[in-house]
Design a protein around this ligand. Structure first.
Ligand code: CA
Length: 222
C-alpha cells in the first residue's frame, strides 16, 4: 500500500485530505509542523509528500530544499492563491507538481496518481484493446476519441488486467495487486469492480473485453 505524508497545519484541510486519500486506498500520515515534516520525510520512505508552503517552524519551500539534498520522494506543494513565487521556487527546487488553494479534491487525487505512476513506472505506459487506449502515465482511458471516466480502483484494475493480458487473474491476485496486502476485504469486491468496468466499457461499447473464467477469475484476451 502506498503511503503519503500530508504536511498541513490547517487541521481541517489535513483531516479532509487524509480521509479522502484513505478512502482511495492510500495510507496517510499527517504532520502540522515544517521541522517535524522534514525529519519524518528524511527518516522514512514515503511514496509521496503533500507539502503546504505556509507552515510553523520551517516553511514548505525550505522543507523541500533540505529534503532534496538527499531524497527524491515525489512532492506536491500546496500554495496560497496568487503565490507565484512559491510555485516557481517550489518547482525549481524539485517539487513534482503544485496545487493552489482552495483546490478540488479530485484534482489533487488526479495529480497524485500521475506523480505516483511516474515514480513507479518511470515512463508512460500505454495499453490498447481494439479502440480502447489506456495511458498509465496520464491515467486516462479513451475509447476511440471518447474519454472513459474511471475511479482510481477501476483504472488500476483495468491496467492490471491489461498487464496480464491472456493470463487468467484470480480474485486474490487482483485484490493483492490493486487493493494491496493491507486490505482485509472480501474477494467479492473484485467482482463488484469488474461489474463497474463492464458497465462503463463492455456494455457501453458493446464489446466483450473482460471474460469470466468460471472457478478461476478474469482475463482479457486477444
Ligand atoms: Ca498553512
Amino acid at each position: 500500500m502506498q503511503e503519503i505524508l500530508i504536511v498541513e497545519d490547517e487541521s481541517k484541510i489535513a483531516r479532509f485530505v487524509s480521509l479522502e486519500l484513505t478512502h482511495e486506498g492510500y495510507k496517510t500520515t499527517c504532520v502540522a509542523d515544517g521541522r517535524e515534516a522534514l525529519d519524518l520525510g528524511l527518516e522514512r520512505d514515503f511514496d509521496l509528500i503533500i507539502l503546504d508552503v505556509m507552515l510553523p517552524s520551517l516553511n514548505g519551500i525550505e522543507v523541500l530544499r533540505r529534503l532534496r539534498q538527499s531524497k527524491d520522494t515525489p512532492v506536491i506543494i500546496l500554495t496560497a492563491r496568487d503565490a507565484v513565487v512559491d510555485k516557481v521556487s517550489g518547482l525549481d527546487l524539485g517539487a513534482n507538481d503544485y496545487m493552489t488553494k482552495p483546490f478540488a479534491i479530485e484534482e489533487l487525487l488526479a495529480r497524485i496518481r500521475v506523480a505516483l505512476k511516474r515514480k513507479t513506472t518511470g515512463k508512460a505506459e500505454t495499453y490498447q484493446f481494439g479502440k480502447l487506449k489506456v495511458d498509465v502515465g496520464s491515467v486516462t482511458a479513451v475509447y476511440g476519441s471518447e474519454k472513459i471516466e474511471l475511479t482510481k480502483r477501476e483504472f488500476d484494475l483495468l491496467v492490471y488486467l491489461l498487464e496480464n493480458r491472456n493470463v487468467v487473474v484470480t480474485r486474490e491476485q487482483a485484490l493483492d495487486a490493486v487493493w494491496g496486502y493491507d486490505f482485509y476485504g472480501n474477494t467479492n469486491v473484485v467482482d463488484v469492480y469488474i461489474r463497474y468496468l463492464r458497465s462503463k466499457i463492455d456494455d457501453v461499447y458493446k464489446i466483450d473485453m473482460i471474460e469470466t473464467v468460471r472457478g478461476s477469475g478474469y482475463v482479457i484476451r486477444g
